[in-house]
Design a protein around this ligand. Structure first.
Ligand code: FAD
Length: 410
C-alpha cells in the first residue's frame, strides 16, 4: 500500500483535509493517503477557538476531529509540522519543506484561508494578535486578564465571538469596525442592528465607520489604537480580525486557475483533473445563485471533502447543500442558511425586542433565498428546507407568528 502510483496527497491537515482522508477510506480507497499539515496538531475544529476554548471550557480531545488512533488504524500517513512548498504537475509530485518530493496520483489542496494583514504603522508592537490556530487562541487567552483592555479591529463573526469570550473573562473590550455596521459583508442590516445593541448591552464598546490609522505603543508594547479621525483607544492587547482570502498560492504558482481561491467544479476538481481543492481555499460555482463563491464554514469544508473523495473513489458525487453557518456570542445563537444574493425583500418573523426572531430573504418571485435566525432554531431549520425546495411564501403569512413555520414549508 502507498506507492506513488496510487497515493492521494492531501495538502493541509485542517477540517477539510482531515475530513477528506476519512471519507476516502469510508468510500473504499485502498491506496496510500498522505495528510500533510503545517501545524503541530492533528486536524481539529476551529469554531470553539473563539468560544469554549478561549474561555477554557473545551478540552483538546473535544477539539480534535478524530483521535490519533484513527489515522493509525486507517493507514493514513499524517505528517505534521510539515509544509508543501511547490507542486510539479508534470512529475505529479509535491515538494515538502524538508526537501523530500512526494508523488501523487491525485492531489487534494485543503490549505484554508489566509488572514488579511492590517497595513498600518505599529504592527511590530506586542501583543498584536490574530486568531486562526490553537496556538493563536492560547496566546489570546494568556494575554487576557480581568480589567485588561482589549481592542478588536474588525466587527466580523470571529471578532465578535472573541469580544463575547473576552468579556466573560473580565476584559474591557472595544470593537473597531470600518463599515457603518457590524457583520456588513455577511449579514442583513436588521441582524447587524440587533447584534450591535446586544453587544453594547453586554458592555462591549463598539465604534462604527472607524478606520485604524496606527497602533501606538512604547518600549515595544501596545498602548493604544489610533483612528484616522485622531481619537486613540487605550489598549493592552490588540486583536486583528479583518477577514481572510483563499490560500491559493501553491495552486497559482503551479498554473492552476484561481480567483480568490482555487476555482473548482461541483466535484471539487480544479482546472487540473488530477488536482482537487476543498474548504476555505476553494472557490466554486454555485448554480443555484449563478455565482462563484468561496465559503468559510465547517459545513462547506466537510461537503467539499466528501465531493472530492466520492469523485476519486468513483462514487456518486453529493449535490451541493444549502450553505449554512452558525455563531455563538454570549447567550445568543445565530444560525444562517442560504446566501442573500438577488434579494428583493426581507421579512422579519418573531420579536427582535425579545431576542428571538428570524430574517427571511425573498427573491422577486417570493422564493426564500436565505434566512438568519437569532435564538430561533425551528425558523432556521424551516428556512433551510424552504431554500432547498425553492418554496414560494406569502410574506404576510411568513411574518405572522400565529402560523407555525411548518405550515409554510409545503
Ligand atoms: P483550515 O481548517 O484552516 O485548515 C487549513 C490547514 O492547511 C491549516 O492547518 C494550514 O496550516 C494548512 N496549510 C496551509 N498551507 C499549507 C501548506 N502549504 N502545506 C501544509 N499545510 C498547509 N465555521 C463555522 O461553520 N462555524 C463557526 O462557528 C466558525 N467559527 C470559527 C471561529 C474561528 C476562530 C475560526 C478561525 C474559524 C471559524 N469557522 C467557523 C470557519 C471554519 O473553521 C473554517 O471554515 C474551516 O476550518 C475550514 O477548513 P479548511 O480545512 O478549509 O481550512
Amino acid at each position: 500500500m502507498g506507492n506513488d502510483a496510487n497515493r492521494i496527497v492531501i495538502v493541509g491537515a485542517g477540517h477539510a483535509g482531515g475530513s477528506a482522508a476519512a471519507f476516502l477510506r469510508q468510500f473504499g480507497w485502498t491506496g496510500g493517503i498522505a495528510l500533510i499539515g503545517t501545524e503541530t496538531h492533528l486536524p481539529y475544529q476551529r469554531p470553539p477557538l473563539s468560544k469554549g476554548w478561549l474561555k477554557g471550557e473545551t478540552k483538546l480531545a473535544e477539539l480534535e476531529l478524530r483521535p490519533a488512533d484513527f489515522y493509525k488504524s486507517n493507514d493514513i500517513d499524517v505528517r505534521l509540522s510539515t509544509s508543501v512548498t511547490a507542486i510539479d504537475r508534470a512529475a505529479q509530485t509535491v515538494t515538502l519543506d524538508k526537501g523530500e518530493a512526494l508523488g501523487y496520483s491525485r492531489l487534494i489542496l485543503a490549505t484554508g484561508s489566509k488572514l488579511r494583514a492590517l497595513p498600518v504603522p505599529g504592527m511590530d508592537l506586542a501583543p498584536i494578535l490574530e486568531l486562526r490556530t490553537i496556538v493563536d487562541a492560547d496566546k489570546i487567552r494568556a494575554s487576557l486578564s480581568p480589567g485588561c483592555r482589549l481592542v478588536i479591529v474588525g466587527g466580523g463573526y470571529v471578532g465578535l465571538e472573541v469580544a463575547a469570550s473576552a468579556r466573560a473573562l473580565g476584559a474591557e473590550v472595544t470593537v473597531i469596525e470600518r463599515e457603518m455596521r457590524l457583520l456588513a459583508r455577511v449579514a442583513s442590516a436588521a441582524l447587524s442592528d440587533y447584534v450591535l445593541a446586544y453587544h453594547r448591552g453586554k458592555g462591549v464598546a463598539i465604534e462604527l465607520g472607524a478606520s485604524v490609522a496606527a497602533i501606538e505603543g512604547a518600549d515595544g508594547r501596545v498602548r493604544g489604537v489610533r483612528l484616522a479621525d485622531g481619537r486613540t483607544f487605550p489598549a493592552d492587547v490588540v486583536l486583528v480580525g479583518i477577514g481572510a482570502t483563499g490560500q491559493d498560492a501553491l495552486a497559482r504558482a503551479a498554473g492552476i486557475a484561481c480567483s480568490d481561491g482555487v476555482k473548482v467544479d461541483a466535484a471539487a476538481r480544479s482546472s487540473d483533473p488530477l488536482i482537487y481543492a476543498i474548504g476555505d481555499c476553494a472557490n466554486r460555482s454555485m448554480t443555484t445563485y449563478w455565482r462563484d463563491v468561496r465559503l468559510e464554514s465547517v459545513p462547506n469544508a466537510v461537503e467539499q471533502a466528501k465531493q472530492a473523495a466520492a469523485d476519486i473513489c468513483h462514487k456518486p458525487v453529493p449535490l451541493a447543500e444549502v450553505p449554512w453557518f452558525w455563531s455563538d456570542q454570549f447567550e445568543m445563537r445565530l444560525q444562517m442558511a442560504g446566501l442573500a444574493f438577488d434579494v428583493e425583500r426581507t421579512v422579519v418573523r418573531g420579536s427582535p425586542a425579545e431576542g428571538k426572531f428570524a430574517v427571511f430573504h425573498l427573491r422577486h418571485d417570493g422564493c426564500v433565498q436565505a434566512v438568519e435566525a437569532v435564538n430561533m432554531t425551528p425558523e432556521y431549520m424551516g428556512g433551510r428546507v424552504m431554500i432547498g425546495k425553492r418554496t414560494v411564501v406569502d410574506p404576510v403569512k411568513l411574518a405572522d407568528m400565529t402560523i407555525p413555520i411548518k405550515q409554510l414549508m409545503t
